[in-house]
Design a protein around this ligand. Structure first.
Ligand code: ATP
Length: 264
């Protein structure tokens, strides 16, 4: 069923130590959308995601996921969400098989079923040979693939991804982009947070730009391009965040590196 509201944020505000980090976010996300969630460092993207995951509770405003207000104590919605964190505390002493089975069991899956599914997904990513190898020996990209698998074991309806392509080679990037498109086409909803503008531009059907804890822009790439008259999402991002000083910043930086600190 498309056009179903999967996620709704109403006047979401978050204050850390007297500083407002989120300043009243309003957002309705519909089934099958891939939301590119972008914004400068410190804009509040991770904070929003962590609130939606139910990990921060002292926010103001309303967060509804699958039509339920998540502050009401019913945590069953968590069974239907998946999460790829940017920096995962991965369990280095576990093998991929042990880690994935553990995560699957946390989601309430049967141990044998989850192990079979995890092995198949590792095989699909050409990693079956390291299924029983400790994660400590995995490369960055291999770990990232394990994280992606772990977020999908329970076939979630809503997926939160934070820089999911970290460390992946060009071929793997193509596979994951295609996986996400096909999941969205099946009706899964994807909340994709990244700083890699050309990927966000291609993968998202809706882009939400957060600036100082507020939604500064919200629309398809085509609509944003129309409004801003810029050609790429990177240029739109620079324009909307009011940044046109990259050459000056770089010149200062390189000058300091070379011992020519003009500011003393
Ligand atoms: N637990 C915390 N305690 C205090 N301040 C916090 C905490 N978490 C985040 N902040 C502050 O909230 C602001 C938003 O942080 P957040 O991590 O949400 O930004 P972001 O948009 O995800 O940034 P980035 O692109 O760098 O990942 C920052 O100023 C940060 O210092």
């Amino acid at each position: 069923m498309k056009d179903e509201n999967v996620l709704s944020l109403t006047d979401l505000t978050m204050n850390f130590g007297g500083k407002n980090v989120l300043n009243g976010i309003n957002l309705d996300v519909y089934q099958g959308q891939i939301i590119g969630y972008i914004g400068p460092n410190g804009a509040g993207k991770s904070t929003t995601v962590i609130i939606m995951l139910g990990l921060i509770e002292d926010y103001d405003g309303k967060v509804e996921i699958f039509g339920q207000d998540i502050s009401k104590g019913d945590h069953t919605y968590k069974r239907k969400i998946g999460y790829v964190p940017e920096n995962a505390e991965i369990y280095d002493n576990l093998t991929a098989s042990e880690y994935l089975t553990f995560i699957g069991e946390l989601y309430g899956l049967d141990q044998v079923d989850v192990e079979v599914k995890a092995r198949k997904l590792m095989h699909a990513f050409e990693m079956e040979d390291v299924f029983h190898t400790r994660l400590a020996s995995f490369s960055k990209g291999m770990r990232q693939k394990v994280l992606i698998i772990s977020s999908l074991l329970h076939d979630p309806d809503l997926l939160f991804l934070d820089e999911p392509l970290n460390g992946l080679d060009a071929n793997s990037v193509m596979v994951i982009k295609e996986v996400l498109s096909q999941l969205a086409a099946q009706g899964k909803t994807i909340f994709y947070s990244s700083h890699i503008m050309d990927v966000v531009e291609k993968i998202s059907n809706r882009i939400v730009l957060l600036l100082d804890g507020e939604v500064e822009a919200d629309g398809s790439f085509e609509a944003l391009r129309e409004q801003s008259k810029e050609g790429t999402l990177e240029a739109i991002f620079n324009q909307l965040t009011g940044f046109d000083e990259h050459e000056d910043v770089a010149r200062d930086f390189v000058g300091i590196v070379g011992g020519e600190d003009r500011h003393g």
